[in-house]
Design a protein around this ligand. Structure first.
Ligand SMILES: C[S@@+](CC[C@H](N)C(=O)[O-])C[C@H]1O[C@@H](n2cnc3c(N)ncnc32)[C@H](O)[C@@H]1O
Length: 566
């Protein structure tokens, strides 16, 4: 094993990489004193079934700093639960899906415990874990490039300015004052947990499809009296829950089902750019529509598995959509034409945390996530028509009404001369006047339901269709629109109506551009150049924070580890 660990990752075969991963898992389990978890290796299973080669051409993807496994794998300590980088298999809508146990307050309270927290060590271990997850997964290794650059990309800066202008103010003329007050907002963007945290859910016992831990950081809370809100009591599902009887017509696609027969002997099927692949063709068709809609776009957004999803000059996040291969296809969705594939991988270490009772729980990342990464999907029950009032603060609209009363997707698909007439007709029926579709995650849902609103959000929603164009085949996916650095909360924009009706204009996001902030007026009136400077400064600050807290210590440990080994 020592020999293997000292090998350059680029020269490792798949079997050797898996051996290293297994060894590190054992070390991690020993350190963390956890019970071993079953290794769920879809990649392995799939590779066996499909006779994938151990190709030496599948070179390992380098991490953000170009460091190899050799450098840091021997310094990994207690890994978090995410030792397998694959979530449970996902089934399509309406099929037998896994729904987790119903949580009860008693069952949660039983497991509450106060834990000591070393944030810096946590971030280092999570970063190592993310690199390892990529390098040891045959479906990622050599395909997925995780890049976090020291400098902000022009495209990222412009996107963030645009999002700001849409959400806060447009065409301002004011120069932003870069004073201490503004720097304070920038500095406080990374959440720093206290040294003692109340661990509320620490393993997979409730959310068996996810490794995410739940913490409460409300001061002075102790297990005996800690508040366990009703919002924690829901069943977990990793796919859309569609009532088979009620929505039989949606689920039964018949001849309109889009699926491919593509296959390949490698770990990933190259459906993207395969002009014979019917799913790819649909994807390209939607991309074409995207271009028509966004007259100002410089280029279109690709929805391919390993490329980042960038929203360009969009009017609304809802305008961008793609089509992906699925488990019904010959490729089983393990291909280059499936943006939802990354969602299945536990690359990025997320946690649920609560800093105050008013806002409830939110999600933060413990690893740096590159821009354009699909990170969370909204799952829940598909609802048509009225949503129970009590669930109103959690539901997401699947189709949004456009000005002419038609959803943008249907409106644009209908304009598309190449569209399948039957598909269009069906879509028209599903979206007939007054027919609104929602995903309700209140009783059955997943992690995405915990994502809070921010006036400076780092995620945007996109829609991805699989198999067909009905509301039951539309997946709502949250994608990072900027690099999200470790410790930062994942947020998206709930929309003005929500802020007014549900938050009663009392947003607690704590960002400089929020109406509740003392700097709001300045941010609202800011000119474009100042906003660009603001975004650049934010990036610069957060990257340096990441470097000093995570990257440099890893390098130092590597140096120490190597000299010990010699
Ligand atoms: C979809 S839930 C988000 C998860 C929720 N915080 C929880 O603990 O389950 C929406 C609710 O979270 C809270 N929330 C989310 N973002 C907020 C914000 N920016 N300001 C105030 N409350 C917020 C509000 O209570 C809102 O009704």
């Amino acid at each position: 094993m020592k020999k293997l660990l000292s090998k350059d990752t680029k020269t490792l075969t798949m079997v050797q990489a898996e051996k290293i991963a297994a060894y590190l898992r054992i070390i991690a389990l020993k350190n963390g004193k956890r019970k071993p978890m079953p290794k769920i290796g879809i990649a392995k299973k799939w590779r066996k079934k499909n006779g994938a080669r151990e190709s030496s051409s599948e070179t390992s993807s380098e991490d953000s700093e170009g460091t190899s496994t050799k450098d840091w794998s021997n310094i990994i300590k207690a890994q978090p639960d995410g030792v397998t980088n694959k979530k449970e298999d996902r089934n399509g809508p309406g099929e037998t899906y896994g729904v987790g146990n119903l949580r009860t307050k008693d069952s949660i309270r039983k497991d509450l415990k106060v834990v000591k927290w070393n944030e810096e060590e946590n971030l280092i271990q999570c970063e190592i874990q993310a690199r390892l997850a990529i390098q040891t997964d045959p479906e990622l290794r050599g395909f997925y490039k995780r890049k976090i650059d020291p400098r902000i990309h022009n495209g990222e800066m412009k996107t963030m300015v645009r999002i700001h202008q849409i959400l806060v103010g447009k065409k301002g003329t004011l120069d932003i004052t870069f004073n201490e007050a503004l720097l304070k907002f920038i500095k406080n963007e990374r959440y720093i947990p206290p040294k003692q945290r109340l661990l509320m859910i620490g393993n997979k016992s409730f959310d068996w499809q996810t490794n995410v831990k739940v913490f409460s950081d409300i001061p002075k809370e102790i297990p005996a009296t800690a508040d366990i809100p009703n919002t924690m009591l829901y069943r977990y599902t990793n796919s859309l829950h569609v009532d088979k009887k009620k929505f039989k017509n949606l689920l039964d696609l018949g001849k309109t089902e889009v699926k491919c027969e593509c296959c390949h002997s490698g770990s990933i099927v190259p459906c993207w750019a395969n002009e014979k692949c019917p799913c790819y063709k649909q994807n390209v068709r939607l991309r074409g529509i995207q271009k028509i809609m966004n007259q100002m776009s410089h280029s279109r957004t690709n929805f391919s598995t390993f490329e980042p999803i960038y929203l360009r000059d969009n009017d609304s996040y809802f305008d961008t959509f793609g089509f992906a291969c699925s488990e019904s296809c010959g490729c089983k969705g393990r291909c280059t034409n499936n943006v939802t594939l990354l969602l299945e991988k536990d690359i990025y270490q997320l946690e649920v945390f609560r800093k105050n009772a008013n806002m409830g729980f939110g999600i933060r990342t413990n690893t740096a996530i590159p821009r354009g990464t699909p990170i969370l999907e909204f799952t829940g029950e598909l609802v048509q028509g009225k949503v129970p009032v009590a669930d109103g603060d959690y539901v997401y609209s699947v189709f949004q009404e456009a000005e002419n009363g038609e959803d943008l997707i249907s409106a644009t698909l209908m304009k598309d001369k190449k569209a399948n007439k039957k598909q269009v007709q069906e879509l028209k029926e599903h979206l007939a006047e007054g027919k609104e579709w929602f995903i309700n995650p209140k009783r059955i849902g997943n992690l995405a339901r915990t994502c809070c609103h921010s006036c400076e959000p780092n995620l945007s929603l996109v829609r991805v269709f699989q198999k067909g164009f009905t509301p039951a085949h539309c997946r709502l996916i949250l994608v990072t629109q900027e690099v999200v650095f470790p410790g930062v909360e994942l947020t998206f924009d709930y929309g003005a109506k929500y802020i007014e009706e549900h938050l009663k204009n009392n947003c607690l996001c704590g960002r400089a551009s929020c109406k509740s902030s003392p700097l709001y007026k300045m941010m609202d009136e800011a000119n474009e150049k100042s906003l660009e400077m603001y975004q650049t400064l934010r990036y610069h600050y957060r990257y340096n924070d990441f470097k000093t807290k995570v990257l440099d210590p890893i390098e130092a440990k590597v140096a120490a580890g190597t000299s010990h080994g010699e």
